[in-house]
Design a protein around this ligand. Structure first.
Ligand code: ADP
Ligand code: MG
Length: 377
């Protein structure tokens, strides 16, 4: 009897996961830039318009061979920051309802990840997902107050470089785990909350306050950059907003988390060509990006073992991946003919993730696509 009850409960639980499980993949192609040095007539990327995948299809031309992909949404070079945000605003909003949300920007260096997440410094009209999300959340917080909701918000910002965490909001000298003084050990409690020891977590009351902190984090990153050669493209940036809400009249309580992640550049770095620190960096990036896709894949296939512990990034985000959390991967690609090989790799990686939307059978090709993406150098 007990076993029966247990398996029924498990079945029910799985059904709930199936209904709620939510992994979406968007693709964004940036405009050609002067620096791409491309002849602007050469079209390496196109957007087929058929009725069944309107706004969702993308085609790449490599050595005369056409590669077609479909995603939940494809943003063309002309798509504005506002258009992109429109498509994610609901997802962002769900963090206020108590969901755990992760939005990743994936792509090779120079493909537009930081533009998508943060925007271009000095051009604030063009602000990206992070500032827009914060504005929306604090605006909604104001509105929900009239319905009896009280929210408390906290932010942390960190960087994962070479599998070590760096606290970007630390007011003391930026310390890494490896410098010995701080540990930054990651622990998850029974309520699905993540605790990183020694990490600075600050209460915030307005989007302006968060903007100020984002600037501080950016400065902290660039300080490290001179020490650790172009660290920003070789490290993952993780912005976390913790939201706890309480409704006095209904006594409802919610705990949401919004993670916005600017991933390290996904360009394939050959192991054979690199030595010393560069080799260590390369291995760390390869490891964490492939761990991320392994985790998403294992979750979607409901495997008993999900390899969260294979990288700092996946372990840190463990409670926010899978279950009833919501994940969005924005795959950024450059349209430049010179980047076509990397763009193809990114799209293949993304379609592997896309193919594992919970409840959707895997596509035949995904295993092969996985090989081509994940066998480095
Ligand atoms: P990444 O963070 O992936 O290395 P960036 O976001 O820094 O790439 O983008 C590289 C360059 O391309 C920057 O100069 C950026 O301003 C520009 N860029 C990227 N995406 C767009 C876009 N959608 N529209 C206009 N410029 C863009
Ligand atoms: Mg960047």
């Amino acid at each position: 009897k007990l076993v029966e009850g247990e398996s029924l409960r498990k079945k029910l639980h799985n059904t709930i996961l199936e209904l709620k499980g939510n992994i979406r993949v968007f693709c964004r192609v940036r405009p050609l830039l002067f620096d791409d040095g491309a002849d602007h007539e050469t079209k390496a990327v196109s957007f087929p318009t058929t009725t069944d995948n309107l706004g969702r299809g993308i085609e790449l031309l490599q050595h005369g061979q056409k590669h077609s992909f479909t995603f939940d949404k494809v943003f063309v070079p002309e798509s504005s920051q506002e258009e992109v945000f429109e498509e994610v605003s609901q997802l962002v909003q769900s963090a206020l309802d108590g969901y755990k949300v992760c939005i990743f920007a994936y792509g090779q260096t120079g493909s537009g990840k930081t533009h998508t997440m943060m925007g271009t410094p000095g051009n604030y009209d063009d602000k990206g997902l992070i500032p827009r999300s914060l504005e929306q959340i604090f605006e909604a917080k104001q509105t929900l107050q009239n319905q009896g909701w009280k929210y408390e918000m906290q932010v942390s910002m960190l960087e994962i470089y070479n599998e070590t965490i760096r606290d970007l909001l630390s007011t003391t000298r930026p310390l890494t785990e490896s410098s010995g003084t701080k540990q930054y050990s990651i622990k998850h409690d029974a309520n699905g909350n993540t605790h990183v020891s020694d990490l600075t977590i600050l209460d915030v009351r307005s989007s302006r306050e968060v903007s100020f902190l984002l600037n501080r984090a950016a400065q902290s990153r660039s300080v490290g950059k001179t020490q650790m050669n172009e660290q920003s493209s070789r490290s993952h940036f993780v912005f976390t907003l913790r939201i706890s809400g309480y409704n006095e009249s209904t006594e409802q309580q919610v705990q949401g988390v919004l993670n916005l992640i600017d991933l390290a550049g996904s360009e394939r770095l050959s192991k054979s060509g690199s030595t010393g620190d560069r080799l260590k960096e390369t291995q760390a990036i390869n490891k964490s990006l492939s761990s991320l896709s392994d985790v998403i894949f294992a979750l979607a296939r409901k495997e008993d073992h999900v390899p969260f512990r294979n990288s700092k990034l996946t372990y840190l985000l463990q409670p926010c991946l899978g279950g009833d959390s919501k994940t969005l991967m924005v795959v950024n690609v450059s349209p430049a003919p010179s980047s076509i090989n990397e763009s193809l790799c990114s799209l293949r990686f993304a379609s592997r993730v896309n193919a594992c939307e919970i409840g959707t059978p895997r596509r035949q090709t995904s295993a092969r696509q996985m090989d081509s993406r994940l066998s480095y150098g």
